[in-house]
Every structure is written in C-alpha cells, then in structure tokens.
Design a binder for this molecule. Structure first.
Ligand SMILES: NC(=O)C1=CN([C@@H]2O[C@H](COP(=O)(O)OP(=O)(O)OC[C@H]3O[C@@H](n4cnc5c(N)ncnc54)[C@H](O)[C@@H]3O)[C@@H](O)[C@H]2O)C=CC1
Ligand SMILES: O=C(O)[C@@H](O)C(=O)[C@H](O)[C@@H](O)CO
Length: 379
C-alpha cells in the first residue's frame, strides 16, 4: 500500500486546478500528479502554487502582506513536494492517471472536450478510480453520455467555488447513474480536508497519512444535490442575481459600482451569517418565513413579475450576426446592457486586479470564514 492512500490525478492546472492542488495537498494522505498541456504549466505552477499553500503569509487572515513573489523558498517548497513524492508533473493524461485513485478534471468548460477527456482517461485509468469534474454547470450525465456504464457509475460533479483552497463549498452532484458509495466517498473526502492556516508541513512525509479535520474544525462543506440541473445551485443563484443586476444597469437604474455597494453593504454581510431562507425566517417575526411570505406576497409577486430578461449572446451567435452582414447595431440593441456593464465596471475597478487588492480581498474572505467558524462551529 502506498504511503499515500489517495493518489489524485489533477487534469487542468489553471485558475481552479492550481487552487484545487493546494486544497488536496493540505491532507497528509494524498499525493497529486498534475497534467496540463500548456507549455508554461510548470512555470505557472511554480509561480502560483506557493501563494496558495498555507506556509505563505498571504492566506492567513491577519496578514497585511501581499502575496509573496516567487523566491527561492517557493521553489524549494515545490522541489521538496516533488522529491517527497507528494507532487508529480505528468506529460500526458495516460501518464497522469496511472494508479490514480481519484481523477479530477478542471479543464475548459466545454461539453465536447470534457466528454473526450473522460473517454481518454478511462482508456488508461484504474477501473475503480473515482471520477470527479469541477465543472461550473455541465452535469455529470452529459459529460459521461459517451462513456460506458461503469464509468457513469463513478463520475460525479465536485463543483468548487473560487478559490477552492479557501472557499468551503463543494457542490457534489451525482448523475442518476452515479452509485451512492461514490457520493459518500466524495463527501467524506472533502469534509476531512483541513482549512486554510491549518498547521501543515507539506514536505515532511513522516507525518502519519491519516488526516481528518475534527468536526469542530471542519472547514470544507460538501453539499450534495438530490437532482442534476445545469448550473447546479450555487451558480444558478449567482447567475439569477447577475441577470437582474445586468438588467438594472442596462435600464439605467443604477451603476455597476453602486449596485456592488448595495450588495456589499446589505445582502453580503447578511448572507455571510444567515442564508436566504434563514434570514427571511428571522425577518418574518414570530410567524417566521410563513408570515414573511404572507406579508410580502403582493410585493414579491409584483417584483417577480417585472424581473429583467436581458439577452446574452454567445461569441458564436455574435459572429453569425456579424457574418450575416449586420453592422453590429442590432447586436448593440440586443445587448445594450452588456456594453454598459463592461464599460462601467472597467471604469470602476480598472482592467485586471492588482496583487494588493487580491491580498485585501483574500484577507477579508479569510476573516469572514474565521468569524463564521467562531460563531457557528463548523461552517
Ligand atoms: N474560474 C472559476 O471561478 C471556476 C471554474 N470552474 C470550472 O473549472 C474548470 C476550469 O476552469 P478554469 O480553471 O477557470 O479554467 P482555466 O482556463 O483557467 O484552466 C483550464 C486549464 O485546462 C488546461 N487544459 C485544457 N485541455 C486540457 C486537457 N485535455 N487536459 C488537461 N488540461 C487541459 C488548460 O491548459 C488550462 O490551463 C471549468 O470547468 C470551470 O467551469 C469551477 C468553479 C470556479
Ligand atoms: O463563482 C464561482 O467561483 C463558481 O461557482 C464558478 O463556477 C465560477 O464563477 C464560474 O461561474 C465562472 O468560471
């Protein structure tokens, strides 16, 4: 038996993949083989991963420091992970999945490429490996539609929220063909991953492989959906809010910056402590959410009936319109909101986020999560 019971093949080391890598390495009983075809994959990993690992200052909530630039200690950390067999870089999918017990993909959000990936993976992988997809919204049944039944039984969605090395939610979304034992394994695996800042030495293999976050210190919160639905739950809620936000900006009701201020000075703080239903339950007074819905039904009905339906075009749809001889003016009308949203957001926040701002946002996020644990035990 390997010194590491869990051998994860991580396919795709981009925005989510590298953060997922740091998440997996927080368990002492894992080793991870990474594959990404981009020519600069190793450089990207060496540049990004150290700042996601808890040994750096930038993840602790009391840090004012900006994420460390890559220095020799970062390289040493990566080299030590490699020399202690906790981290390996593969040059092909075939190589990456050899003897993997868990195969997790964070490749581009395209159904066709995910389907091709799973077919390629299952030609080389152990027939008992767990198969996880980080997809933002493509259900497992769609991804596995061109795979054999035994593959469909092992494939599920483990959808993180960015950045997964910090954000507690993992949406576990099985397909109708995913067997219950695979769901249970995924739930228990993520629950046992220590949170950010857990005292952790990534390089010492002398630590016993067993790692389990105690219930009181549980950080990750896998939530399993009962049914598949495109976008799952987190993104459907987020995209519903995004749709109305884009509608309000497109109609000239509010600017993007002021809409963000409305969220961060009300709903954001509220929802950090009480979710949608709990907060309306409290708002309903003695009668709880039942009373809330009764009292507010006329207003809710009126607002629901007037929520915006802004149209968004895919790049393909936009090019078809342009190829059709359109001068873009029809597109401008159809997506009037889009130009305003992009223009106002870039004016408000610039293009690209500075390392200093990223560090401040990370400090705030860690602070909120620490406060949640302090007030409510496990998240
Ligand atoms: N960016 C986000 O906030 C979140 C993204 N996701 C999901 O995670 C997945 C990846 O998204 P990102 O990390 O943002 O994309 P990304 O574009 O940053 O990274 C994708 C990586 O996959 C690599 N890749 C392409 N084909 C590959 C293959 N055949 N095998 C291995 N690697 C391959 C690319 O070189 C790239 O580095 C998507 O399904 C996305 O919906 C999920 C949650 C949040
Ligand atoms: O918001 C998140 O971090 C995730 O729910 C996502 O899936 C991404 O934002 C996604 O919507 C964009 O890649």
């Amino acid at each position: 038996m390997s010194e590491y019971p869990h051998h994860i093949a991580l396919l795709g080391a981009g925005t989510i993949g590298l953060s997922m890598l740091a998440m997996h390495l927080r368990r002492c009983d894992t080793r991870v083989t990474v594959f990404d075809p981009r020519p600069d994959a190793e450089n990207q990993l060496r540049a990004q991963l150290p700042s996601f690992l808890d040994t750096s200052q930038s993840t602790s909530s009391n840090s004012n420091s900006t994420p460390p630039i890559q220095d020799s200690s970062s390289d040493t950390l990566i080299d030590t992970l490699i020399s202690t067999n906790r981290l390996r870089l593969a040059s092909s999918i075939h190589e990456a999945v050899q003897n993997a017990t868990i195969i997790q993909e964070q490749t581009p959000e395209l159904l066709s490429s995910k389907q091709a990936l799973w077919n390629e993976v299952t030609h080389s992988a152990d027939t008992n490996a767990h198969l996880w997809s980080s997809s933002s919204g493509i259900p497992a049944s769609a991804q596995a539609a061109t795979c054999m039944t035994d593959v469909q039984a092992r494939l599920l969605i483990a959808h993180p929220f960015n950045p997964p090395h910090v954000m507690p939610l993992v949406e576990i979304v099985p397909s109708p063909n995913t067997t219950p034992d695979r769901v249970t394994f995924a739930q228990e695996y993520f629950k046992a991953i220590p949170g950010p800042g857990a005292e952790q030495s990534y390089s010492v293999t002398s630590q016993s492989p067993s790692t389990s976050a105690s219930a009181s210190s549980q950080h990750y919160r896998p939530v399993t959906l009962h049914k598949e639905i495109p976008g799952f739950v987190g993104n459907r809620l987020a995209f519903a809010l995004l749709r109305e936000a884009c509608h309000l900006v497109g109609e000239g009701v509010v600017s993007t910056r002021d809409l963000d201020a409305i969220v961060t000075s009300s709903l954001g703080p509220r929802w950090a402590g009480s979710g949608v239903f709990e907060s309306y339950h409290a708002g309903g007074g003695e009668g709880g959410i039942g009373a809330f819905l009764e009292k507010l039904a006329p207003t809710v009905k009126d607002v629901w009936g007037q929520l915006g339906q802004p149209v968004i075009l895919t790049e393909e749809e936009r090019s078809v319109r342009r190829d059709g001889g359109g001068d873009g003016s029809e597109e401008e009308d159809t997506e009037k909101w889009r130009k305003l949203v992009v223009q106002q957001t870039e004016e408000a926040y610039g293009v690209g986020i500075s390392a200093e701002i990223k560090a401040k946002k990370m400090k705030m996020l860690n602070g909120v999560l620490e406060m949640q644990k302090e007030c409510f035990g496990e998240l």
